[in-house]
Design a protein around this ligand. Sequence first.
Ligand SMILES: [Zn+2]
Length: 286
Amino acid sequence: MSRIGIIGGSGLYKIEGIKNVKEVQVRTPFGAPSGKLVTGNLEGKEVVFMPRHDVGHRISPSHINYRANIYAMKKLGVERIISMTACGSLKEELKPLDFVAVDQFVDRTNYARDMSFFTEGIVAHIEFAHPVCEELRSIIYGAGKSLNLTIHNGGTYINMEGPAFSTLAESNLYRGWGMDVIGMTNFAEAKLAREAEICYVTLAAVTDYDCWHPQHESVTIDMIIRNLHKNVENAKRLLSVAIKNIEPRRSCACKDALKYAILTDRKLIPAKLKKDLNIIIGKYIR
Ligand SMILES: [Zn+2]
């Protein structure tokens, strides 16, 4: 069964309107995912929902088990993931309450997190020039437009380690690099999803300007929380339209991402590893 995965970010811990809700505890060879996953039916499609920080926002960006989360999605038959994220804006024209249909990433984490299924005993190099599924991205962009939301068509998301926000010097550096929005979580998800041949797209919702902006000093936590809630409300509406518009079959390249990527001599891959990674590599390696 092919399902659509939804990952909720800060402020998004539940989606109303999912029918036939089941909470599922998924076991993975990489440990436990962020929490129970919710399966059900939304807009006539089978979906799986997971809040990446867990309900109650208890897991910090550096400590999220990204591998377990994406593996769990794969195990439940997810072929496409729409990932929601709150972000800071690095450009004047990307205003609080705007959405960005992100198309590029830059990684600035310190690798405290595991970002690959292929770390020991098997080597795979996926193509990652275009880290987001264009098919899915055009669907979320179109959904935003149809609702008259302000959504920007493309943008680069710089993934910092966190959990502290940037210094002013860092914020200005990222602006100098031409980055558009900043967050702490989506790069690892995008990479792992590609390795798992899952389509992935980031819907970034701007909560505030990062500290480079002259207005930043006057921004209160209250305002940020208000923006966060407003963004979540809009994101849910956008999601409903996007899910309705997703075709049952994929015609993008994401589904074959591993086809030529695994370089390790098949005879040398340990049996246990083959078993653990079967849902990801089983198509190519038995
Ligand atoms: Zn795709």
